[in-house]
Design a protein around this ligand. Structure first.
Ligand code: DGY
Length: 327
């Protein structure tokens, strides 16, 4: 760890807090400042605070843009508590030779688990049934066609983005008898496709052939509102859309329209254009939509690993070394 002079500790700003063990570890090495509260630090405050920081720990939904990085004249390392790093202007940070760490790998299992959970929930209408009971609307005893949903066995899952998480979802889905097709910027070698029992599809084909489409691409200028009406209208009438990646990959207005008009059967969403959403959001009013509050990586084990790596990435960066996971 680098120290300024003999006793002055380097300064680190956290835009949200971390688990106690991680905060204690940071305090042992650095002078830290933590922004508290449920929302990202207001830009004005961030611009002011960043001036004196050597390191920054940030979260999804911060906005570490060029202006913020420019204001951080002493900034040497940015460590993101997330696999996505779209909240950082990484191109500009790199120009400034600022090291950037993030937390891939450790959240693959948790995010894939949630994706499968959402698919099963959506098709078997579990949350819908839960809502029904809580609202006192379960008035009908077991009958031949009460609350019937769909089985996943034999369905085709189209995975958009076949990186670590996409592949993990494919593997888990196959154990339920689901067939997997995928679309990715780079197609896998045939041998690998065979070993993974998956088939490549063009983007249009993925949307038209799948019973369920699940999104696993990172958010970027290229994927901004990639899933809009022109793709959604290709989907089968009985198809479902699942998103555990980033909200802005879907053009929300187009999805709402498609769900209302029954152009597709339903959706399960863990991420949204603007988070958090409230009970008055259009999605919250639809019975054919399952919602979760951005919990892809929210398991105790995974979140602890993410904190560990976030701290380690920061320490390495501030020591002039390459973070464990470096952008
Ligand atoms: C990430 O790490 O990018 C996820 O969105 C957090 O669940």
């Amino acid at each position: 760890m680098l120290r300024r002079g003999r006793s002055k500790k380097l300064r680190v700003l956290l835009t949200r807090t971390l688990q106690d063990f991680a905060v204690k570890e940071l305090q042992r090495h650095y002078k830290i400042e933590i922004h508290s509260g449920p929302f990202p630090m207001p830009k004005k405050k961030l611009l002011l605070k960043i001036k004196e920081q050597d390191g920054l720990i940030c979260f999804p939904y911060d906005n570490i843009d060029k202006e913020v990085i420019q204001a951080g004249t002493k900034l040497k390392t940015i460590s993101a508590f997330s696999v996505g790093y779209d909240q950082i202007d990484s191109k500009y940070a790199k120009k400034r030779k600022i090291k950037i760490g993030y937390t891939p790998n450790v959240l693959t299992v948790a995010t894939a688990d949630l994706t499968i959970t959402l698919i099963l929930d959506l098709l078997r209408r579990v949350t819908e049934g839960d809502r029904l009971i809580r609202e006192g609307k379960w008035k009908e005893v077991f009958g031949a066609d009460t609350y019937v949903g769909e089985e996943v066995d034999g369905k085709t899952l189209g995975i958009l983005g076949f990186g670590r998480i996409g592949k993990a979802v494919a593997k888990k889905a196959q154990t339920f008898g689901i067939k997997v097709i995928y679309h990715n910027r780079n197609r896998l070698p045939l041998r690998q496709e065979k070993a993974l029992r998956v088939r490549f599809a063009t983007l249009n084909e993925l949307f038209s052939k799948s019973d369920i489409v699940s999104i696993h691409v990172p958010y970027s200028a290229e994927t901004h509102e990639l899933v809009n009406k022109s793709l959604i209208k290709r989907m089968k009438k009985r198809a479902y859309l699942v998103n555990t990646a980033r909200g802005k990959i879907i053009k929300e207005r187009d999805l709402i329209f498609a769900l209302k008009r029954k152009i597709i059967a339903g959706a399960a969403l863990d991420v949204f254009y603007h988070e958090p959403i409230g009970k008055n959001h259009q999605f919250a009013k639809m019975q054919n939509v399952v919602l979760s509050p951005h919990i892809g990586s929210s398991s105790i084990v995974t979140r602890a690993k993410m904190a560990e790596i976030t701290v380690e990435n920061l320490k390495l960066g501030l020591a002039g070394k390459k973070p464990i996971y470096s952008v």
